[in-house]
Design a protein around this ligand. Sequence first.
Ligand SMILES: Cc1cc2nc3c(=O)[nH]c(=O)nc-3n(C[C@H](O)[C@H](O)[C@H](O)COP(=O)(O)OP(=O)(O)OC[C@H]3O[C@@H](n4cnc5c(N)ncnc54)[C@H](O)[C@@H]3O)c2cc1C
Length: 508
Amino acid sequence: MSATQTTNHFDVLIVGAGISGVGAAWHLKHQQPDKSYLVLEALEDFGGTWLTHKYPGIRSDSDLYTFGYRFKPWTGAPIATAEEILRYMGEVIEEDDLARHIRYGHRIGKASWSSADNLWTIEATRADTGETVTFTAGFLWMCQGYYRQGEGYTPEWEGMADFKGQIIHPQTWPEDLDYKNKKVLVIGSGATAATVVPAIAADCAHVTLLQRSPTYFIPGRNVNELADVLRELDIDPAWTHEIVRRKLLHDQDLFTRRSFEEAETVKNELLEGVRMCLGGDEETLKKHFTPTYRPWRQRIAFVPDGDLFQGVREGKASVVTDHIDRFTEKGILLKSGQELEADIIVTATGFNLNVLGDIDFVIDGKPLDFGKTVTYRGMMFTGVPNMVWVFGYFRASWTLRADLLGDFVCRLLAHMDEKGARRVEVALRPEDKDMPLLDWIDSENFNPGYLQRGMHLLPRRGDKPEWQHSQDYWMEKDVLPKVDLDAPEFVYDGKAATAKVERALEKA
Ligand SMILES: Cc1cc2nc3c(=O)[nH]c(=O)nc-3n(C[C@H](O)[C@H](O)[C@H](O)COP(=O)(O)OP(=O)(O)OC[C@H]3O[C@@H](n4cnc5c(N)ncnc54)[C@H](O)[C@@H]3O)c2cc1C
């Protein structure tokens, strides 16, 4: 290898400086202050999702009281722009002096585990020089997100090459894209499409939202009345943050449970919200905003101030629900025979799943086939020692789980120190021998396209809570802090005999 080699060792290596990675650094600093750690980030700055996405109107679709960290009060409107989220993360980095622990422009390409040394060796490529830099670490904290940052998912449609205009994916939106007085067609029905359409509607000649099928939306004012009252009463911001979080989480829990238990009622309530925004336009509601699935099988986007529906009502935007037959020179021909003309086509069609940061994992010389591992609560994996993976919630804010896993990792590291252990892994127990192994997530429960497309790359799930990736924050907030780290599924230093068994034997 021609690249210069330098070696640095850290107790913990965090992959990624998005909201999860910065949170992980905060937890280590506060809960495990004696551990040395490094955050490696491929991009030139922190923020991940909020740094890469630059399409007009880019904003959160969940409230920042719960999407924000539990330890850093949010003081703005509930739905925030990318810029506001980046400012908030920047404050965490500055207030906690985390910057000196982050190295930007380092893309990790390979991570190799050695059981002989109980060490990870991590190879990263520097963006500025192209050098390969090598690090070693006792523990890997994977905060790499879930999709490929560089390129979004665009299906292959017939005739795409014939189209004379521009085709843009929101993930790689050119900052100088001129859509003024142009006809824009946005393909998609998720949060991104719902954000882009109202953001550009005023400037375009016309914007059309083309969706295959309708989605649920929650329109509402971008305010939190409880937070506003508490602020008016001059309540400490940390208290306000905690109280508002609890109230929102309580309400979200109720909503999620109701969407399973009384799906039809919840559906009608959601539709009523949209109906009001559309000014009672029943035809549009029925045709374009009435999904056929029950609420919560896909993420439900909050539409601040109903701006999407406002655009439709005012005629600046229109919605077409149909299937694409092919692209043409002028636009898109639909299965119904209608042709939609466009100067720019925006494909808000989702992500490419990125499993483990596109890093080549090698365990004791053998390439890791992640799809053949079994997940322990969606964070650890059989056969992969000293590694935790952060994957947040779909139905609640991602960061709620990043915080819970922050506590878990710090407790696990402390437990290893107490035991004098250098390696921890999870392993199926004798009673799990005949456990059926299922897809990572039940598509009846939640089925976004990027997960369906990438299911074969993801770990397997069992039929017991330990071996499942629960999407239930309200259960995990009680269960994760109490997980018995000496339970038989945790194996330390390669010894399957657990402290529990040893203790029982001692007593006998
Ligand atoms: C437009 C948009 C809006 C969203 N809105 C919400 C919302 O409102 N609420 C919500 O809960 N969720 C939302 N999500 C989901 C969102 O991605 C997560 O909530 C959250 O931002 C993910 O943070 P993260 O730090 O885990 O991952 P990311 O933000 O994806 O950051 C991961 C970081 O890891 C780095 N990385 C990856 N691989 C490597 C490697 N091999 N080497 C070095 N660095 C690497 C990446 O460069 C990146 O900076 C949204 C997603 C999108 C795309």
